[in-house]
Every structure is written in structure tokens, then in C-alpha cells.
Design a protein around this ligand. Structure first.
Ligand code: GCW
Length: 686
């Protein structure tokens, strides 16, 4: 019974349509693999696993291409397309991780699953198994696919004591009790899940690097890191480590970590060379520096480019990358000071350094200028650094979006972000075209996201939160995918094809982000959460804190004035016409109004409602919508296995309690501040 929870979208349920099984089986009988490599081995294993489970026949596997093969797994160099009657070669037009799936009329018909590299072959196998899980015909396939993004990365915020920063699905799958976890099978299943959606890079330890984790780059732990790297390598996934910028001092016995000090540079070069002795294809370092009390180059009067390039130089001879985070801001702010604006910080720090970074340095920019709130504008850094590699950082783990107790499907949010037009080079300069490297021709770029996975049986705590992991991978592979398609695909793969189930769950997912937004902080203002753990409402929880996260509600109005005219000037960080759009009250979109403007409660939104009435309306509505989610789910009783059914049911109960608490605290707070009653006279606690 646990299997459905654990398998996520790789259910491989037995197919009951006999004619379909017959067609699949005609290809699934004799598998031939074109070469020998760990990745091809994984591809063949997955193929056998999927076929056996779905069509009830275990394929034979040959390690060379035989004449009677019905399915061939290999790379473009191992198979001659011409032998199979394929005249146009699609490979020159495909990126490195691309693949071809082609049905050829040779013998009784043969399916070719060919990658440009062996990683592509693995992706082709997953593509085929996905088609089969979706009950699609495979007799006339002619697919040539590649990914838009070169970097498709997952970041773990896992600590070696087994805890996970902002983790809501149990302890770490990588670490326990100060060491690496023993359960390699679990890691392998994780690698399977990630590779099935095209993830090709992973950082395993928290960006806040503690004392123990600082030593991961030493001989103490490198053999263990190498073991994990071997495991993930077999699934086409490269390993990265988060490093402590002060390592030369903390573990190297040096008196400084100054990036311009020759002894420091030499220390890092030696360290890096050593890492590559253990892990020849090591990906590189992920770095949180000069951010939230983490050490960095500022201590030595150096800037981020000097700081990052020093590591870049050490990694360059081995092809390694430095992924340097831009989450840099003043976390010791004084709430009395109205001129400092945290939203400005990343741009102010990094924009002036455009062009100063080495080629193997990538800046990792959070999607919004603040911090993974339910609603934020897109970070103005996207598009602002034409000469500097960038990846976007998303948060799959739901720190500020319900912590996997509340349902909040983030694919619609991510799509909106990726589709946003920065106007960096005129119309059409979308965020997705910045991060896929096409707008400015970056050497390295793509997407990264913070994992939502832990040791819970179902990986993500909330079963439906599996959809966020899946959706992230699919969008990282192809940001053009439509929300409906990603969603429909995930639901079918995970829960099967009963149309009432598919429709109900898809609808719940698609509406959930808006619902969460409705009952939490209004109109883009953000926060209003309990300090520290960040779950549940606390309107003034951060209002007088050092974190730069204020809403400035008073008796007349609410919101942060970030205009050039009268505020912090943040709007000027955008290109025209976005800058003007946000600057003006008339054109600023409703959902971001309080992010950019401080307005009276009586200000009328474009929707026609006043701000105060909007707050009341959305908060009453939000709770009703959660009730509807619960009712909708209950209709599925008996159509879904009990374990997953109860898991979601339980979470929806918790969500309802949370939504009520949000509704009442927010409504009461703003009623007390404004003294303006609800037009519809609903219950607001005075
Ligand atoms: O959102 C904040 C989190 C921190 C996190 C930080 C970051 C890893 O509250 O827990 O630290 O962002 O992204 O560095």
C-alpha cells in the first residue's frame, strides 16, 4: 500500500487495455543497448522496470545491437540512422542533452531511443515510459527533443545532523547523525525521479554551511561525497557542494580568506584539485556569501566579483562552475529607516559588476527581489546583466507558501515569472529567454530550485506537493510547456486515468496558488507570517524587526512606497515600460499594488473594489475556497488508495484551520486599524 505514495509519478501501473499492451509489447521484447556506461545501464534498467511492470513481460537485454532487437537504447554514435531508413539527421540541431525517439519499419518494427550523449538516451527512455503511462500510441513516433536550459539544478538545504532548513517532509535523505545516510536505495530512487524530469545537477548540503559541513571538501568526507556522486552520475546528475567562504581560516589554518591573498588562492586551488581526484566530474561550488551573517569577500573589502572569481579560477582547469547567490541584503536594518529598501539590494550590489565575472561563474538570482513570497514582482536583475551568466532560483519547498501543509501548486506562479517580459532588449525579452541563455548568449545558464524532499514515505509530506517537484523539472526542461499540460500529465502519471479524478485534482492544483494568496498577505505586500518558522499569520511579526520586511499599515492605509517620486526608487531598476507601469498608481497591477505603493484603505482597485473591501472579500473567499477544496477531495474517496487519500485529507483539514486563522487575524487587524466595516457585514472579530 505504501508503493503508490513512494513511487510518485513513476507508478508504472499494469495496463489493462489488451490491444495497447500488445503494441507496447511488440517493442518491449528485446532491448539492445548500444554501449557500456553507467548512464546507459540506468536507462536499460529503467526500461526493463517500466516495461515489466506495465505490460507484464520482462524484456531480454542485449549489450550490443542485434538484428532482431525491438528497442534500441544508445547514443547517436552507436547507431547508424541510415540503417533504419532515417535520412535526415536531427542531432546537429539538438543541444547536448537532446534525444531522438523514432519508430522504424525494420523487421517487425523497432523503436530507437537515441541520445546525443548517454544522458539523452536515459531521457529518451523516460520519455517513452511516460508516453506508455499516458497510454499514448508509439507506432509512429518521430520525436527530436532537447532542453532549452543547460543547467537544471536542485539545491538541497540539508544539514549533516539530518535536519533540513525549511524542510517540511521529514529529515534529510542525504545525511543523518552527523554523517552520510546509509540508505543508498532511497538516494537512487531520488536520482531516478530527478532524471525522469531531466534534472542534471544537484547540490547536497545547505547553503548555510555549518562547522561540520565546512569539512565536506576535505579528505574527511570526500570519499563519501564521491560515493553519492557515483550514484547520481549514473543518472546523468552532477554533484555540487555548498561551501563556506571562510574555509581557508576555519579549516585551512590560514589567517585570512581574502580572495586576493595569494596563499588563499593557492589553498583553494589545492582543495579543488583534491576534490577532482575523488570526483572527476565534480560540478562545482554553490556559494552564499555576505548574506544573512555568512562570511564573504566584504570582510576583506573585496566585492562579489573578486570573491567569486577566485573560486572560478580554482575550478576552471577542471571545467567546474561557481554558482554565486545574489540573495545579498542588509539583514540588520532599522525599521525606523524608511529609505533602505531590501527589494533594491540584489540589483544595487550586482548590477555594477556586470562583465566583471569569469566565464565559469554563474549568478543565481531568486525569482523575486524579496524572498519567495506568494506574490512578488520579478527580480529586476533578470535582463540587467547582459555580460554575466545567470540562473533563476525558485523555491519548491513551500517556506512561505504553506509548508506542504497547505496546498499551493507553484507551476502557475513559475510560468508567470518565466513569461514575464523584462524589455531588456525591447519587447519579447522574457525571463525564460534570459535564463535559457538565448537573449544574451550566456555560456552557462538555466534554472535552480530548492528541493521539497525529505524522508517522509511520500517524499514531500503533502502528496500533492509532489506535483511541484515534477512541475519544476518539466519547466526547467521546457519552459514553454503549458500549465494545463504539466498538470494533466502529473495527475495521470500519479493517480491514473479516471476522468473524475483527473479533473478534480487538476482543478484543485490549478486554483490553489490563488486560494493561498487570497487568505494570506494581501496585494503583494508579503510577510505577515510568524517570525522564525514562517507558518501562519502574524501581521506585525516582522514589522519592527531587522529584516527589512515591512508593510507600514497605519490607520489610513498600507503598503510600501517603492516609487521614484516619493518612495525608495526601486521601480527605476526595471526597464521601460515596466518601470513606468509599476511607478504609476493607474497602471500598477492590482495584485502588486501594495508591493509598490502605500495607499489609503479607500483606494479603488482596477477591480472596482476598495483596498479594504478587497482584503475582506479575498479573506472570506479564501476560506470558502479551502472548504471547497476539501469537499472536492472527499468526492474522490474510494477512487484513490487509502494512504494517499488520507494524507491529503488530513492536510486539507490543517489548511482549513490555517486559512481561518489567517482570515480572522487579517480582517480583524485591518478593521481595527481602519475602522471601516465590511460592506457585506460578515463576521469580523472586533
Ligand atoms: O528565505 C530565507 C530562508 C532561509 C534561507 C535564506 C536563503 C538558507 O528563511 O532559511 O537560508 O532564505 O535563501 O539563503
Amino acid at each position: 500500500a505504501w508503493k503508490e505514495s513512494y513511487a510518485c509519478w513513476l507508478q508504472y501501473k499494469e495496463i489493462d487495455d489488451a490491444s495497447l499492451v500488445e503494441r507496447y509489447a511488440s517493442y518491449g521484447q528485446r532491448v539492445a543497448v548500444g554501449g557500456v556506461s553507467p548512464v546507459l545501464q540506468s536507462a536499460a534498467n529503467e526500461c526493463v522496470r517500466g516495461m515489466t511492470s506495465m505490460i507484464g513481460v520482462e524484456p531480454t537485454v542485449s549489450d550490443r545491437i542485434t538484428r532482431d532487437a525491438t528497442l534500441i537504447i544508445g547514443t547517436k554514435d552507436q547507431v547508424s540512422l541510415e540503417d533504419y531508413g532515417i535520412r535526415t539527421n536531427p542531432f546537429p540541431h539538438l543541444p547536448d542533452d537532446g534525444y531522438v525517439i523514432q519508430t522504424a519499419n525494420v523487421g517487425g518494427g523497432v523503436l530507437l531511443l537515441l541520445g546525443k550523449t548517454d544522458r539523452g538516451a536515459l531521457y529518451a527512455v523516460h520519455h517513452l515510459l511516460r508516453l506508455m503511462q499516458l497510454r499514448k500510441p508509439v507506432d509512429e513516433l518521430a520525436i527530436a527533443e532537447g532542453s532549452r536550459n543547460n543547467v537544471r539544478m536542485i539545491n538541497h538545504w540539508d544539514n549533516m545532523d539530518g535536519s533540513v532548513e525549511r524542510g517540511y517532509a521529514g529529515q534529510s535523505i542525504f545525511f543523518e547523525n552527523g554523517k552520510f545516510a546509509d540508505n543508498l536505495e532511497r538516494l537512487e530512487d531520488y536520482a531516478r525521479l530527478l532524471s525522469s524530469v531531466g534534472i542534471n545537477a544537484i547540490s547536497v548540503n545547505n547553503v548555510n554551511v555549518g562547522k561540520v559541513e565546512t569539512r565536506l571538501i576535505t579528505e574527511d568526507w570526500l570519499p563519501e561525497v564521491a560515493r553519492v556522486a557515483d550514484l547520481f552520475r549514473a543518472y546523468g546528475i552532477q554533484i555540487f557542494l555548498s561551501i563556506n567562504y571562510a574555509s581557508p581560516v576555519e579549516i585551512g589554518g590560514l589567517s585570512t580568506a581574502d580572495p586576493l591573498d595569494p596563499a588563499v588562492r593557492e589553498w583553494w586551488s589545492e582543495r579543488v584539485a583534491n576534490i577532482y581526484r575523488f570526483i572527476p566530474d565534480f560540478g562545482g561550488f554553490l556559494v552564499k556569501a555576505d548574506s544573512e551573517h555568512r562570511p564573504g569577500p566584504f570582510t576583506y573589502g573585496r566585492n562579489h566579483a573578486e570573491g567569486a572569481n577566485m573560486l572560478g579560477e580554482a575550478l576552471r582547469p577542471f571545467g567546474g562552475l561557481v554558482i554565486w547567490r545574489c540573495f545579498v541584503y542588509d539583514c540588520q536594518q532599522d525599521w525606523r529607516d524608511r529609505s533602505t529598501d531590501r527589494a533594491r539590494a540584489a540589483y544595487d550590489h550586482f548590477k555594477p559588476l556586470d562583465g566583471a565575472f569569469l566565464d565559469n561563474v554563474i549568478l543565481q538570482v531568486k525569482n523575486g527581489p524579496m524572498d519567495f513570497q506568494v506574490r512578488e514582482p520579478v527580480s529586476p536583475l533578470f535582463g540587467a546583466m547582459p555580460q554575466t551568466n545567470q540562473v533563476i532560483e525558485l523555491q519548491i519547498t513551500q517556506e512561505y507558501t504553506g509548508q506542504q501543509k497547505d496546498l499551493c501548486y507553484l507551476v502557475p506562479q513559475w510560468k508567470e515569472i518565466l513569461d514575464f517580459d523584462t524589455y531588456a532588449r525591447g519587447k519579447g525579452s522574457t525571463v525564460k529567454s534570459v535564463v535559457d541563455g538565448s537573449l544574451f548568449n550566456y555560456a552557462h545558464s538555466g534554472m535552480a530550485a530548492v528541493s521539497n524532499v525529505g524522508r517522509d514515505l511520500n517524499w514531500t509530506g503533502h502528496t500533492l506537493a509532489q506535483a511541484n517537484l515534477y512541475g519544476y523539472g518539466r519547466l526547467a526542461w521546457n519552459p514553454e510547456m503549458r500549465i494545463e499540460d504539466v498538470t494533466d500529465e502529473w495527475v495521470r502519471l500519479t493517480f491514473g486515468h479516471d476522468s473524475s479524478v483527473v479533473e478534480q485534482i487538476s482543478k484543485m492544483l490549478r486554483e490553489s496558488w490563488r486560494i493561498y494568496e487570497n487568505y494570506t498577505a494581501p496585494l503583494g505586500v508579503g510577510w505577515m507570517v510568524n517570525p522564525g518558522h514562517h507558518y501562519g499569520p502574524n501581521v506585525d511579526g516582522y514589522e519592527y524587526s531587522v529584516w527589512g520586511t515591512y508593510h507600514f499599515a497605519d490607520r489610513d492605509g498600507v503598503g510600501v512606497d517603492r516609487t521614484v517620486q516619493t518612495g525608495t526608487g526601486f521601480t527605476a531598476q526595471y526597464f521601460s515600460p515596466n518601470a513606468e507601469m509599476y511607478e504609476s498608481l493607474e497602471t500598477c497591477p492590482d495584485e502588486l499594488l501594495l508591493f509598490f505603493h502605500h495607499v489609503p484603505y479607500t483606494h479603488r482597485l482596477k477591480s472596482g473594489e476598495t483596498v479594504i473591501q478587497h482584503i475582506y472579500n479575498t479573506h472570506f473567499e479564501g476560506v470558502e475556497q479551502v472548504q471547497a477544496l476539501r469537499e472536492g477531495w472527499r468526492k474522490l474517496k474510494g477512487k484513490i488508495d487509502a494512504l494517499r487519500f488520507h494524507n491529503v485529507e488530513e492536510r486539507l483539514e490543517a489548511q482549513l484551520a490555517n486559512a481561518r486563522e489567517w482570515r480572522d487575524q487579517i480582517n480583524t487587524y485591518f478593521y481595527r486599524k481602519s475602522g471601516i466595516p465590511d460592506e457585506k457585514n460578515r463576521t469580523i472579530y472586533k
